[in-house]
Design a protein around this ligand. Structure first.
Ligand SMILES: [Zn+2]
Length: 147
């Protein structure tokens, strides 16, 4: 749950530093995770440091993570398509759960999350891989208990 929630915090930081928008995939196993976003280049070392610092600042702020379950149209009116990842929800789905870290990340998500960002602990970026032919940037990270 902490590693999954870390994906939302990391996505906010990646959006802010790299101005990317779409998540192409996520993977979580234990305390290790990987976020894959659509990007047009490999980030610099400085940008990676900025992403890690921004994500951990958001954790230190210990912000509430708010979940809304609401009508899909209402959610789209409120947040637009920023709640979606690259692969849209099937047409038939009329009620959605939206996970919101206010001012940071908003996303349709049915997984369980920590109550606050502080419960995540600490995010450490491990490695990145840019797949140029697909414009996909994979960011691997791990989560450790906070001090
Ligand atoms: Zn989630």
């Amino acid at each position: 749950m902490r590693t999954h929630t870390a994906l939302h915090v990391l996505k906010g930081a990646v959006q802010k530093v790299l101005q990317v928008r779409w998540t192409a995939g996520v993977w979580v196993e234990g305390l290790n995770g990987r976020l894959t976003v659509l990007a047009d280049r490999n980030p610099t070392q400085q940008e990676l440091e900025d992403i890690e610092r921004e994500a951990n600042e958001k954790i230190r702020e210990d912000q509430d993570i708010v979940e809304y379950t609401l009508d899909r149209n209402e959610a789209e009116n409120r947040w637009g398509d920023s709640i979606y990842d690259m692969f849209p929800l099937p047409e038939g789905i009329t009620t959605v759960t939206v996970v919101c870290i206010p001012g940071w990340n908003v996303n349709c998500c049915k997984e369980n999350h920590t109550r606050t960002t502080g419960e995540i602990g600490r995010i450490t970026l491990r490695k990145t891989r840019f797949r140029k032919n697909k414009n996909l940037l994979e960011i691997s990270f791990s989560v450790e208990p906070g001090s």
